[in-house]
Design a protein around this ligand. Structure first.
Ligand SMILES: Cc1cc2nc3c(=O)[nH]c(=O)nc-3n(C[C@H](O)[C@H](O)[C@H](O)COP(=O)(O)OP(=O)(O)OC[C@H]3O[C@@H](n4cnc5c(N)ncnc54)[C@H](O)[C@@H]3O)c2cc1C
Length: 350
């Protein structure tokens, strides 16, 4: 597809990268560092916040295919191009968050924290690949088998193509508090990288809460933030809680329904869970987790606690029992058989 000469440059590009380091942060999180000269032009003008990238994952036994133009150039129809590629060579696309970006002595590097969701709780493999919960997928399997020197292709923002007219969403950033001083960050393990990166750059005048639900206390990580946001880690294993239940309880005890006089619940650190502040429509909520959890939290926060949905961000990062990142996913089995998604879809799944 040709691009009109006066059209703004497309902000995304395919980057050829190499796995430089593989580090287990905990039994459910694996940090993989990617490097490569192409990354010189990877990124956004400011902090990466919840910047999402796409990882191209080869199908089992297939080579990794390069993607885009000679230097990885993409255009608006890149996702359709990818969908038109024949199976099984096409492989898979999954979304991940840039946990860190740096210029090391050897060149630019980015870290991605992968959830190894085949590991641990909820795993019950009945058909060799998929069940309703906690089993593997191409992304998780790729990360579990990653070794130094492995090639990969990442689709992400090209900092040289971003102008003042580029909306943050076009680059893959969704965090947009629009001057709000009160924030509520809520996420399961897949959102830990995004919430950590956001918190690291939040300024001192921002207050609020961050609730992070992970499988096990061993998955708690230390996050430093200049802000006064209270960070609460919740582990499903501690209370044998179903997925999302701890997040919902924490949010309900913090964001009381509009007009309610319910006293704030004391947190384990002795502070009121709402910090004594009156929460209301000025709170910016950023919620990312499994689809059903996000749906339940959105219903509560918008319908009962009175948050303005237009000023908040609700993102399903994955869907239980479906393959693929995002809200819709694809029923298990279809993707592997090539009947995945609409071949006319213009936008890639989140
Ligand atoms: C914007 C965005 C940013 C994201 N950032 C990250 C990130 O930084 N790190 C990260 O690990 N994930 C992240 N995710 C989530 C990740 O894309 C999904 O978990 C994705 O489904 C993983 O692909 P997969 O190939 O491993 O599994 P799939 O093939 O998609 O799914 C296979 C099976 O595993 C289940 N499954 C998928 N993910 C999980 C999970 N986390 N826990 C338990 N079961 C699961 C599915 O329901 C399905 O039954 C992000 C998603 C989005 C939309």
């Amino acid at each position: 597809m040709s691009t009109p000469l006066d059209a703004p440059a497309y902000p995304l590009r395919a980057f050829d990268v190499v796995t430089r380091r593989v580090e287990d942060v905990s039994s459910h999180f694996r940090r993989i560092t990617f490097s490569g000269a192409a990354l010189e032009r990877f990124g956004v003008p400011g902090p990466t916040k919840d910047l999402r990238i796409k990882l191209l994952i080869p199908a089992a036994g297939q080579p990794l295919r390069r993607f885009g133009g000679p230097a990885g150039q993409l255009h608006h129809g890149w996702y359709q191009d990818w969908l038109r590629t024949d199976e099984p060579g096409r492989g898979f696309i999954r979304s991940y968050t840039v946990r860190a970006i740096r210029t090391a002595a050897q060149g630019p590097e980015i870290d991605i924290d992968f959830v190894l969701h085949s590991a641990g709780e909820g795993t019950s493999v009945t058909d060799g690949h998929s069940t309703a919960d906690g089993h593997s997928g191409p992304g998780s399997e790729w990360a579990a088998g990653a070794a130094i020197g492995m090639d990969a292709v990442i689709i992400g923002p090209d900092v040289t193509a971003i102008t003042g007219a580029t909306a943050p969403g076009e680059t893959g950033i969704r965090w947009e508090p629009r001057g709000t001083a009160h924030v509520l960050l809520v996420g399961d393990e897949t959102a830990v990288p995004a919430i950590s990166s956001i918190l690291e750059t939040l300024p001192a005048n921002i207050s609020g809460h961050a609730f992070l639900e992970v499988p096990d206390p061993e998955d708690f990580q230390s996050i430093s933030t200049p802000s006064s946001v209270l960070i609460t880690w919740l582990a499903r294993a501690t209370t044998d809680s179903p997925r999302g239940a701890l997040l919902e309880a924490a949010v309900r005890s913090t964001m009381v329904p509009a007009g309610s006089t319910t006293a704030p619940v004391r947190n384990t650190n002795g502070r009121d869970t709402n910090g004594g502040d009156a929460y209301g429509g000025d709170t910016y909520a950023w919620v990312a987790a499994e689809a059903a959890t996000v749906k339940a939290l959105r219903r509560y926060l918008v319908d009962e606690a009175g948050l303005d949905p237009k000023r908040s961000e609700f993102r399903a990062y994955w869907s239980l029992g479906k393959a693929g990142s995002g809200a819709n996913g694809t029923p298990i089995g279809l993707e592997a058989k090539g009947r995945q998604l609409s071949r006319t879809a213009t936008a890639p799944p989140d």
